[in-house]
Design a protein around this ligand. Structure first.
Ligand SMILES: Cc1cc2nc3c(=O)[nH]c(=O)nc-3n(C[C@H](O)[C@H](O)[C@H](O)COP(=O)(O)OP(=O)(O)OC[C@H]3O[C@@H](n4cnc5c(N)ncnc54)[C@H](O)[C@@H]3O)c2cc1C
Length: 419
């Protein structure tokens, strides 16, 4: 593998191969990443201090025109727009909220290669640090605290709480993201296993890397996302094994048909992954140990890649059912808009996007949310006014965007009405 590292271009094209070593043996110049770690440590101490604070101590009261909840690309894109609009947003980036570090899901990956503006791969942690720095530059106040409770049904100004603060805001952007579900299988974690060294939870993000090209890879799952990920991986891998514990798939018929018709995809029926093991010559994934659920027989399957495709968990539990969610727990937003079922509350990024789930789409919707907040606040202050001319139609009093309609639901909140 090392012999491939010749020219600069080759270094880039073999970056995935270098990932395995890079995760633990990163060049000293990667200051951003260590800064991220320092920040995490600082936040840990801060959060511990907050926990140790006597319960009876009063909560600090703060207020803002707009509060952003979340710390990934969606939240920071919104923060940059709102900061530049001089709305002095406050952003709660959370502390291990939904199991994810401040910075969001990109902190769980190594190199990001598909975010515009970075012709060279950039470490996920470094990219998150840059998002954060840009938000600070344009005047966002960031707290490394998790919003644990909200009162949205009472309308604007909305109330929300962290362990140490009681906050009011005229508008709220929820950008709390989602977490890719993973199974607790020995050998698949980041500390001692092969996470980011062949194991991932995002085929679209990582599947085209040289590490997996013309190599056998596995996908764990049996639903639509497993079929979709398998189809994507089949473009690059020599073989894709869909490892599924049952002898039937949960995927839709059309997705099943497509996967079964692909000569590179093989479904390994009624098998479970017991553990992942490494290659002999480097510290990348070498394969998995499988158990046949019907016979109990155990065997090894050599793989260079393993992808969890068992769904995502959007971070919406803390909303306490106040916003309309879809059947999978994602926030429902109006078509072509980030407006939620409550006027003045907007949602951006993966928390409202079950389909695309990419950093760039999250950032794009963060921008939309910020512009919609600007318009909402301007309209609130001067009914009939607009902060910018979008040429769209917004029904007076309705939170939904131009292509949806709205009606009052229980507790007075706005709920979707099929158009
Ligand atoms: C392993 C992996 C690799 C990936 N690689 C790529 C890639 O190469 N390119 C790409 O474009 N996309 C990639 N993605 C997808 C990308 O990371 C997501 O689409 C993107 O991060 C979503 O951004 P977001 O802002 O919506 O939310 P997230 O990134 O999920 O961030 C949400 C943040 O909000 C915080 N939060 C949650 N609840 C609260 C609360 N109550 N209070 C305060 N904070 C809270 C969370 O802790 C988290 O930090 C990858 C994803 C994974 C899992």
């Amino acid at each position: 593998m090392q012999s491939l590292l010749g020219t600069k271009q080759q270094q880039v094209s073999t970056r995935a191969a270098a990932r395995c070593a890079a995760v633990y043996d990163r060049p000293a110049g990667r200051l951003g990443f260590s800064l991220a770690k320092c920040r995490l440590l600082g936040s840990a101490l801060q959060s511990r201090a907050a926990r140790l604070r006597p319960l009876q101590s009063a909560l600090q009261e703060i207020s803002a025109d707009v509060v952003i909840i979340g710390g990934g690309p969606a939240a920071h894109a919104a923060a940059v727009y709102l900061g530049r609009a001089e709305l002095e947003p406050i952003l709660f980036e959370g502390w291990m909220a939904n199991g994810i570090a401040p910075g969001g899901q990109l902190t769980t990956t190594t190199y990001v290669e598909n975010f515009p503006g970075f012709p060279e791969p950039i470490l996920g942690g470094d990219l998150c640090d840059r998002f954060r720095q840009q938000s600070l530059t344009y005047g966002t106040k960031i707290y490394t605290e998790t919003v644990t409770k909200l009162d949205l049904l009472g309308g604007s100004p909305f109330k929300m709480w962290t362990d140490s603060k009681a906050i009011t805001a005229n508008a709220v952007i929820i950008a709390t993201g989602a977490a890719a579900k993973r199974l607790k299988i020995p050998g698949t974690d980041e500390e001692t296993g092969f996470w980011n060294k062949g194991i991932s939870a995002c085929a679209v993000c990582d599947g085209s890397s040289p590490l997996f090209r013309n190599q056998p890879v596995g996908v764990i799952g049996g639903g639509d996302s497993a079929m979709e990920e398998a189809g994507f991986l089949a473009r690059y891998a020599s073989k894709v094994y869909v490892i599924h514990r049952f002898d039937y798939l949960e995927a839709s018929k059309v997705m099943q048909k497509r996967a079964r018709a692909n000569p590179k995809i093989e479904i390994v029926w009624h098998h479970e992954v017991l553990e992942a093991y490494g290659k002999e010559d480097d510290d990348c994934l070498g394969g998995v140990v499988l158990r046949d659920n019907q016979t109990g027989k155990v065997r090894k399957l050599p793989l260079s890649g393993l992808f969890f495709a068992i769904g995502h968990a959007p971070a919406t539990k803390f909303l306490g059912g106040q916003l309309e969610l879809d059947e999978y727990g994602y926030i429902v937003t109006a078509p072509d808009s980030t407006a939620t079922s409550i006027k003045g509350v907007f949602a951006a990024g993966d928390v409202q996007d079950r389909k695309w789930r990419q950093a760039i789409t999250a950032a794009g919707s963060g921008c939309m949310a910020a512009l919609e907040v600007e318009r909402y606040l301007a309209e609130k202050e001067n009914p009939g006014s607009r902060s910018f001319d979008d040429g769209g139609e917004v029904a007076p009093g309705a939170n939904w965007g131009s292509s949806g309609t709205a009606a009052a639901g229980p507790s007075g909140q706005q709920v979707a009405v099929a158009s």
